[in-house]
Design a protein around this ligand. Structure first.
Ligand code: DX5
Ligand code: ZN
Length: 225
């Protein structure tokens, strides 16, 4: 059975205290930390780069789940690996050659993951499934935190989970965008097991409760098959 994991997105945290916020997320029971890198080109927003990630690497043991929303991910894989990324996710809609980018991530000692925007069909990732550690299904348009979860992405999650099962692959499926305890149950039922949560964790008065509610919701709604 795949483990359910919460990956708080620092995009929703207080950036003036980034290090403390990263430590807080780990203390709240989150095993991953989601780091959204945006270049103002692939998405209409700019966040932070490898230097910022590197500056907080030594503060926490959390798995660094780096989500690259940038036009040319291949050119920056080494930088993010050196900064301490454990998982590197790039968009299939980016300009980089997919095969080469997967190879580069693995060669740098990181886990390769492909992300799909809401309009990209499940089948787009099928040719690469055997070489990926995870698929990230965007449940909002990438670019900004605090948006509303799109339920119409659930059939795509299920299609990827079914295809992975058919091939005997225990791949992780991550959902990202507008996740809260209510829709975590829905996306878990659909086949997801890694839950990115920015606002639901960092804007909560009780972030530890938010993490455990998402986990509970997912644990009690396993993939329906
Ligand atoms: C959106 C980012 C998300 C975002 C999630 O482009 O990829 O990771 O920070 O934030 P919430 O949970 O607030 O939607
Ligand atoms: Zn993200």
């Amino acid at each position: 059975m795949l483990k359910n994991i919460v990956s708080p997105s620092v995009l929703a945290c207080d950036f003036s205290r980034l290090g403390e916020e990263a430590v807080k997320a780990e203390k709240c029971g989150a095993q991953y930390l989601h780091l959204d890198v945006m270049d103002g080109c692939f998405v209409p927003n700019i966040s932070f780069g490898a230097g910022v990630i590197s500056s907080i690497r030594s503060l926490t043991k959390a798995v660094f789940d780096v989500h690259l929303m940038i036009r040319n991910p291949l050119d920056y894989i080494e930088d993010f690996a050196k900064a301490g990324a454990d998982i590197i996710t790039f968009h299939i809609e980016s300009s980089s050659p997919v095969d080469e980018t997967i190879k580069k991530i693995a060669a740098c000692g990181c886990k390769p993951c492909i992300s799909l925007k809401p309009a990209t069909p499940a089948e787009a990732v099928f040719p690469y499934l055997d070489r990926l550690a995870m698929v990230l299904v965007m449940t909002v348009e990438p670019g900004f935190g605090g948006q509303k979860y799109m339920e119409n992405t659930e059939p795509k999650i299920t299609a990827i989970r079914r295809e992975a099962k058919k091939r005997g692959l225990n791949i992780d499926i991550e959902v990202d965008g507008g996740i809260n305890p209510l829709n975590a149950a829905r996306s878990s039922l659909a086949g997801a097991n890694i839950f990115v949560a920015g606002s639901a964790v960092f804007k909560s008065e009780n972030p530890a409760a938010a993490v455990s509610e998402i986990l509970q919701a997912a644990d009690s709604h396993p993939f329906a098959g």
